[in-house]
Design a binder for this molecule. Structure first.
Ligand code: ADP
Ligand code: ZN
Ligand code: ZN
Length: 690
């Protein structure tokens, strides 16, 4: 190659711009050829490979980026083109297929590649550090003591396990659709064992809420391979170590939350995604990727099986399983000796409640704890009461910064907005009529706890919610107390609803099922059903039979009736039929463009521009009839944290039409002047529109 031809390095640089940056690759930075022979002048010099980190000048700073490719062409003028400052690694840190997945994700989710970089590189590698494991003594890998043996599988478990085993070394997406307590975890463990036996690694993704020491203990007591743990609560050093142990192949098992999907594996063999319906697998801000959908892409490119497990699969996954895109593995019965719990609907429309409790529920709690068992009361509201109201004039305490009511908290007494975290003292007089009859209306976890303590003074009441577990390790302490199995009453939010195995819980009470029944969101009914079944699934998981009492003012509600009498899958079928009629996902594809600003008019102005631009772009490409645009419309909570919020909804039956539009639209919007007046974002495949 003649010396005059310059090589261009194309680099992902941490920047909010939706583009890749070009630099000259100076010959002086090229690695020395690995030979002692004199090099003939015509020989090709070895070039750095995509996936190495490079240092680049950026404005008047120097940043670390990732080399994506080397090209001989650039659109940048010679004057503007600057040279790379350094090449940091001699081998790529990121394998090529993972780099491609990440680039694809940045483009599919319409996020600037550079900004998405933190999902790809742990903090410790975002500067100049060398990529090597450094351990403090206290960090040394915990030696596992294998004490747990594989269980004898039942027939359904065995055939699921066999199916997964048969596809090792090949891509296949399994939906492991098994009722709560059917022994899905045992299948994961045996499939992982099989993967380890093949000298390959398993990547296990779990929802944020369920990556507890209990989960890890279960893995550690089964396997004597090093387990790397990846989640956002780790110190940068530990996170880096875990990442490197995965990348080097030292760790046989990698367990993590959402972002662990980007962890490189030296010898990939299996991906497991537990509770696949859980919304924490979709990032809700910044780089809004779905770890589930990327997991499937990744498994395909690495030619390995992926298992999506759930007792309440998302409608998307059910639809994919039924249409044959996923292989549907069903477990219809609880493992071991446990039976499915019995459901009882308690109609609360016709009876006075005491602190939110019906007579039936209180009697049931009494009966269960008297038998030495535990009861779990589920209530999806933190605090003491959701409303503080004046009985004389009807005034209620509202947040000045949000379209929302303030929640009354008791420890210490204060009002708090759960949307912007604003706090205020509790008022003694009504600010509207000066009256004194201000009352707490409705029940939150704190009120529920207090009421139970008063009614059952001899029984410990354990409250598990975000406030009670603010201190690190507090959740683990509470879970340990519950697992000792002594009679007690648990009061908790979603934190208790998911994944846990509490053998002594035989009664589950749902204090109020109604908030979920009337959600405005298109996924509201689906989420309601998943949550109810998951909470109910905590009952009677061991030898003793379980009972689930659901309080509702709408006991004849069709969806509730279907769910309870015919089960989750019957309701899912009904909801899928509705989605089909309404042309909503999974029968169409959605994207939401959101905008917010301190000014009330700026978001709508910006989205109106977005709408016009979108229509122009669609007209130019002759695809105006392929994408439906609705809005701009105010978000269901229009004002939050002192910002006004609007949204524009784009819908299409063709993913590619929607994608083409979004890519072109984002570039236009990025350069529009209006965008400076708002904060805006694109959410592809949104979880909700709230
Ligand atoms: P899931 O993950 O489906 O909710 P788990 O894997 O937690 O269910 O299993 C529930 C309980 O059943 C656990 O206590 C587990 O040890 C037990 N179990 C699982 N498989 C078997 C089996 N084949 N025989 C006996 N007990 C089993
Ligand atoms: Zn008043
Ligand atoms: Zn607020």
């Amino acid at each position: 190659m003649p010396a005059t031809v310059q090589r261009i390095a194309r680099v992902a640089v941490p920047s909010p711009l939706r583009r890749i940056f070009d630099y000259v690759l100076p010959d002086a930075l090229l690695p020395e050829p690995q030979t002692n022979e004199p090099v003939p002048p015509t020989a090709e010099q070895p070039l750095p490979l995509p996936g190495v980190r490079v240092r680049v000048p950026f404005g008047n700073r120097e940043l670390t980026g990732i080399l994506l490719e080397i090209s001989l062409q650039t659109d940048i003028s010679q004057q503007k083109l600057r040279p790379l400052s350094a090449i940091l690694d001699d081998k790529p840190l990121i394998p090529l297929h993972l780099l491609k997945l990440w680039l694809w994700a940045a483009s599919y989710y319409q996020h600037p590649v550079g900004e998405a970089m933190h999902t790809l590189l742990p903090a410790g590698l975002r500067a100049k550090e060398t990529a090597a494991v450094k351990r403090r003594k206290s960090d040394s890998a915990i030696a596992s003591t294998v004490s747990d043996k594989p269980l004898q599988l039942n027939a359904e478990q065995q055939s699921a396990c066999d199916a997964i085993r048969q596809s090792r070394g090949n891509f296949n997406c399994f939906l492991l659709d098994g009722v709560t307590g059917s022994g899905k975890t045992e299948i994961y463990l045996q499939a992982i064992q099989d993967t380890l036996n093949q000298n390959r690694q398993a990547l296990v993704l779990v929802p944020e809420i369920s990556l507890t020491p209990q989960t890890l203990t279960r893995f550690r007591s089964r396997f004597d391979t090093p387990i790397a743990v990846m989640h956002s609560g780790l110190t940068p050093r530990r996170r880096l170590n875990a990442w490197l142990e995965a990348a080097s192949g030292e760790a046989g098992i990698i367990i993590g939350t959402r972002s662990a999907i980007f962890t490189p594996l030296a010898r990939p063999g299996l991906i497991i995604l537990d509770e696949e319906h859980d919304s924490s697998f979709k990032q809700q801000d910044g780089f809004r990727y779905s770890a589930r959908d990327l997991g499937i892409m990744r498994a395909r490119s690495e030619r390995i099986p992926i298992v999506l497990g759930s007792a309440t699969p998302s409608l998307e996954s059910l639809h994919n399983a039924r249409s044959g895109r996923y292989q549907h593995l069903r477990l219809t019965e609880r493992a071991g000796t446990a039976n499915m719990p019995r459901y009882i609907l308690v109609d609360t429309a016709q009876q006075p409640l005491q602190d939110g409790f019906s007579r039936e529920l209180l009697d049931a709690i009494q009966a269960h704890v008297q038998r030495g068992q535990q009861a779990l009361i589920f209530i999806n509201r933190r605090g003491f009461a959701p409303v503080l109201q004046c009985q004389d004039c009807g005034w209620t305490a509202e947040c000045q910064h949000c379209d929302a009511r303030m929640t009354l908290h008791r420890h210490p007494p204060h009002l708090r907005c759960h949307h912007c975290d604003r706090r205020e003292p509790v008022l003694r007089h009504c600010p509207s009529c000066q009256g004194k009859s201000i009352h707490a209306v409705g029940t939150g976890t704190e009120r529920c706890e207090l009421a139970l303590q008063q009614r059952f003074p001899d029984i410990p009441v354990v409250r598990v919610d975000r406030d009670a577990t603010r201190r690190k390790d507090e959740l683990d302490r509470l879970l340990e107390q519950i697992n000792e199995g002594q009679p007690c009453i648990l009061v908790g939010t979603q934190m208790l609803a998911k994944g846990h195995h509490f053998p002594a819980v035989t009664l589950v009470g749902v204090l109020d099922a109604d908030s979920g029944l009337f959600s405005a969101d298109f996924r509201g009914q689906e989420f309601m059903a998943q949550l109810l079944i998951q909470v109910a699934g905590r009952a009677g998981r061991a030898e003793m039979p379980g009972e689930v009492m659901i309080q509702t003012r709408h006991s004849t509600h069709q969806n509730l009736q279907t769910l309870i009498h015919e089960g989750y899958h019957a309701l899912a079928d009904q909801l899928l039929a509705e989605r089909k009629l309404a042309d909503m996902p999974p029968f169409s594809h959605l994207a939401v463009i959101r905008a917010e600003a301190i000014s009330a008019s700026a978001p709508a102005d910006f989205l109106l521009l977005a709408r016009q631009t979108a229509i122009q772009l669609l007209t130019q490409s002759g695809t105006l009839n392929r994408v439906t645009i609705s809005g701009p419309l105010p978000a269901p909570m229009e004002k939050r944290a002192n910002r006004f919020r609007q949204q524009l909804i784009l819908r299409s039956s063709s993913r590619s039409h929607l994608q083409n539009l979004l890519s072109a639209l984002c570039v236009e919007l990025e350069h529009s002047n209006n965008q400076r007046k708002v904060r805006w974002s694109v959410d592809v495949d949104p979880q909700d529109m709230i």
